[in-house]
Design a protein around this ligand. Structure first.
Ligand code: SAM
Length: 301
């Protein structure tokens, strides 16, 4: 997702409808619309699901593209499998946000996972995705999953449960998601993690969102021994390259990647594999420079 002017304008002649997302008032992404499947206003955001001509079904929150069926597998595989193949025995997973169900779908492919708690503030997102995008939300019926409708900020503050992995699958730092990027939330999340716990955070665009990245990683730094960033491709976010933060108390995403487990798991993926995992932590110079001294370099190999 991205901070956008979120002018979601529909233009074109009556036959051809386009949905447009303006980002930072300087770049615009457009997707050809075939049909509007759902539009609703929740207490938190406007939610739309459209059938596009070239990207399958698409979820937008406040006019900002959250996912498309064409490329959502990349984001959801990378947020889930990177930590779950590094943690030695991931059994208990916390998801904050993730209302479309894509992250939960990938987490639940791991047979070692016994319990997933997903805390989503907006029930309308879940209901709309359950009805209109079952390819993404289908795993929400898994008996291992507990779905909590509430604020992730409050959940990590008040819960006394311990998790092995926490995945912060949030919208941009706007509205209810804003406190998901601050130090108090990260400290409370760190307190929810076991001593070998890992937290992954949606950390925006390496091209357009350097200030957000600097701020969120500075907020994470005091609470995690290891702090890295990794990159992945995307068709539907501005700039075509996006990032996740990898914060852990102990694990190194390269040294502790268990490639044997990746192969033995026989989990079907379309983007993630052990080579992509390692390559994702190899950073371009501009990102290394932007975050020098804040995030740690990952040892090669
Ligand atoms: N997984 C999608 C993707 O591919 O990028 C997008 C993530 S999901 C749609 C983001 C979710 O975070 C939204 O459904 C939003 O309602 C939720 N959210 C925002 N602030 C939250 C908070 N404070 N607590 C829990 N959920 C929150």
């Amino acid at each position: 997702m991205n901070q956008s002017g979120n002018q979601c304008s529909r233009q074109g002649d009556k036959q051809t409808q386009w949905i447009r997302e303006v980002h930072k008032e300087t770049v615009c992404l457009g997707f050809k619309v075939e049909k509007l499947l759902f539009s609703g206003q929740s207490p938190f955001q406007k939610i739309e699901i459209i059938k596009t001509a070239g990207h399958g079904k698409m979820l937008l929150n406040d006019g900002i593209v959250m996912l498309s069926e064409k490329d959502e597998f990349i984001y959801h595989e990378m947020i889930a499998h990177v930590p779950l193949f590094v943690h030695p025995a991931p059994r208990r997973v916390l998801i904050i946000g993730g209302g479309d169900g894509g992250t939960a779908r990938e987490v639940l492919k791991h047979e070692t996972v016994e319990r997933v708690v997903m805390v989503e503030i907006d029930q309308m997102v879940v209901d709309a995705c359950r009805e209109h995008i079952p390819s993404v939300s289908g795993a929400l019926e898994d008996p291992r999953l507990e779905l909590v409708f509430g604020d992730g900020v409050e959940y990590v503050k008040n819960s006394d449960e311990t998790f092995d992995v926490a995945l912060i699958d949030s919208t941009d730092p706007i509205g209810p998601a804003t406190p998901l990027f601050d130090s108090v939330f990260y400290k409370n999340t760190a307190d929810r993690l076991a001593e070998d716990g890992i937290m992954i955070t949606q950390s925006e665009s390496p091209f357009y969102d350097t200030e957000i990245q600097l701020s969120m990683f500075k907020n994470q730094r005091p609470h995690f021994k290891k702090l890295h960033i990794y990159l992945f491709s995307t068709l539907t976010y501005p700039g075509g390259l996006w990032s996740f933060g990898f914060a852990s108390k102990k694990q190194c995403p390269a040294r502790d990647l268990d490639e044997k487990r990746v192969h033995a798991s026989r989990i079907k993926t379309r983007y993630y594999n052990a080579q992509i995992h390692r390559a994702a932590f190899a950073l371009p110079e501009f990102t290394r420079e932007n975050l020098a001294g804040i995030v740690d370099p990952v040892p090669a190999g």
